[in-house]
Design a protein around this ligand. Sequence first.
Ligand SMILES: Cc1cc2nc3c(=O)[nH]c(=O)nc-3n(C[C@H](O)[C@H](O)[C@H](O)COP(=O)(O)OP(=O)(O)OC[C@H]3O[C@@H](n4cnc5c(N)ncnc54)[C@H](O)[C@@H]3O)c2cc1C
Ligand code: FES
Length: 252
Amino acid sequence: MSTRSVALRVRATECVGMYTLLRVQRGPIDPGLPGQFFMLRAEGLLLPRPMSLCTAAAGELGFLIDPIGTGTETLARLRRGDEVAVLGPLGHGFPLDATRPVLVGGGIGIAPLPYLSETLGRPPALLGFRSDAHAVAAELVPQADVVIDPVRVTEPLADLLVASPEATPLACGPEPMLEAVARLASHAWLAHEAPMACGYGACYGCVVPIDGELKRLCLEGPTVRASRLYEHCGDALSPAQARTAPEAGVAA
Ligand SMILES: Cc1cc2nc3c(=O)[nH]c(=O)nc-3n(C[C@H](O)[C@H](O)[C@H](O)COP(=O)(O)OP(=O)(O)OC[C@H]3O[C@@H](n4cnc5c(N)ncnc54)[C@H](O)[C@@H]3O)c2cc1C
Ligand code: FES
């Protein structure tokens, strides 16, 4: 698998509930493994923005974008024929040999799950959203059970882990959700986030504590085993107890 930087043409942008699916021609870019990411830069942006690969249809790369600021709004406004600079694939993806994988997503954290689901043969998925409008994006993930705030996605996950303790959560979502998943399952894999300016180890903008030391997430992750990120892993409540704990997880 080789990392490349290429200017690609936009094929389409589609509304998916509150998010935008940006579909670009694949060109010579390798889609990489689910959970790896790409740096995307559109005209007018000084810095690229990190994005997970959401869909990998033939000849295409799809990115699900939550327009929360200048960079993501610029990317979401692109139209057919516009050019976008794409660098990737970067970082480490989710493990593809996890025991009984269960996909867990919160809000825009579902972005890497459609590609992961297709790669793993459509395992069960649990998704949490803050509203029905956001939950429209669940249509991208096969076999998904959906909860809406105030129900937390970690509630059905706790039930599932009680029934199948060997199941491995592969999760992406906001920090409080990831922390709650870690509390339930120290063997979970989490797609973590940090501000990234380069994506390949040069700027040190993405350092986070991993294994108790500050490390560059773009090189170590973004997918990291939960026990490497959170000290409280393993000393946690049992899944059954955690289900009733008030702080156990959020749906973004
Ligand atoms: C590996 C990786 C993969 C990602 N995949 C996706 C994806 O598939 N789809 C998607 O929509 N977004 C994804 N993101 C997040 C996305 O890159 C940021 O939202 C984006 O860079 C923000 O840029 P902006 O200019 O739009 O917003 P800014 O104006 O820079 O920020 C807007 C607000 O968001 C906060 N913010 C910015 N970046 C982050 C971040 N990384 N984590 C938490 N808060 C942040 C800022 O503090 C600010 O409050 C990913 C991030 C990483 C690190
Ligand atoms: S994003 Fe630049 S070092 Fe990680």
